[in-house]
Design a protein around this ligand. Sequence first.
Ligand code: NDP
Ligand code: PYC
Length: 345
Amino acid sequence: MSASPLDQEPSLTRLSSAQLTQLLRRIFIRHGTSETVAQVLAENCANAERDGAHSHGVFRIPGYVSTLDSGWVNGKAVPIVEDVASGFVRVDAANGFAQPALHAARALLVDKARSAGIAVLAIRNSHHFAALWPDVEPFAEEGLVALSVVNSMTCVVPHGADRPLFGTNPIAFAAPRADGPPLVFDLATSAIAHGDVQIAARKGERLPLGMGVDSLGQPTQDPKAILEGGALLPFGGHKGSALSMMVELLAAALTGGNFSFEFDWSGHPGARTPWTGQLVILIDPSKSAGQGFAERSQELVRQMHGVGLKRLPGDRRHRQREKSKENGIAIGAEDVANLYRLAGE
Ligand code: NDP
Ligand code: PYC
């Protein structure tokens, strides 16, 4: 497929998944990562863009680059995988990215989940700057149920408090089903992801009420007021706040990683990636009793559709994935030009 702008949409450039992955790979390598890390991060980011997960697609590349250039993260880190119990794997990401750490531990984790029925992966000393669904969806494609949580950086005011403490702390879940792609959801426990606030600020858009507060703690719809001294709110009041607290406990306290408020990146101007932890839990549903799990999830889907539900979580991504496969991944021409600049090309 040609990388040149389409005739009909001169402001868009369309790249195949392979073209985008290779371009991103060259950027990562140019900014100091190993080949392995570059490949893992490039695939992750290209897949997010392919699926229309824009807050964690190519929009994030300048942040990755400035973080790498600042020396805050080790782009060549080699994760240390420890087999600590029949159902427990620990990884020290060695101040590198979380995805290569997951990649390094993946085979061992799946073996354990299949033999013990359940397995936990605790990643610490890691930086996660991406969408979380790519970390769980592939496990469900192999018939496993997967849950993951990661904490980020202080920017969310716990419900009932008056200053930020929690990160935006997403939770992602994936389960196989009989007649379709796995059921997957991936959501920030803040009312809106930090990335979407940045995108709104860039576009000059206002946010709905209830997303955040300004530097005086007053409700605001201005994304810049949130980014410049303000903060986000949890989704769903005390309920989202409790889930965010759970994520801090599982992703940081349980793994040995930093809480969202524990790291100080002020000595690394340009640092953007939270230095925290991540937990992944895999369950092998073939160990459970009764009908096959995938059939049971399919039955739930049938019933949800039966009561009028039109959109399942993940449907939008999969529709976008199909469109991207057919027509290429559409990216703003200026953004693509910037990617080539970052690759030094
Ligand atoms: P959204 O609110 O956009 O979506 C959350 C989930 O709900 C998705 O699974 C989505 O499916 C689904 N969904 C959305 N709208 C509907 C609807 N109308 N009906 C049914 N399902 C729906 O995501 P967030 O803004 O909360 O998070 C965005 C991303 O930011 C996530 O990928 C998250 O992992 C990432 N993030 C990463 C952080 C990190 O530290 N690495 C921190 C915080 C967030 P679909 O995708 O198909 O639209
Ligand atoms: O969008 O909230 C976010 C986020 C934080 C870290 C990476 N993404």
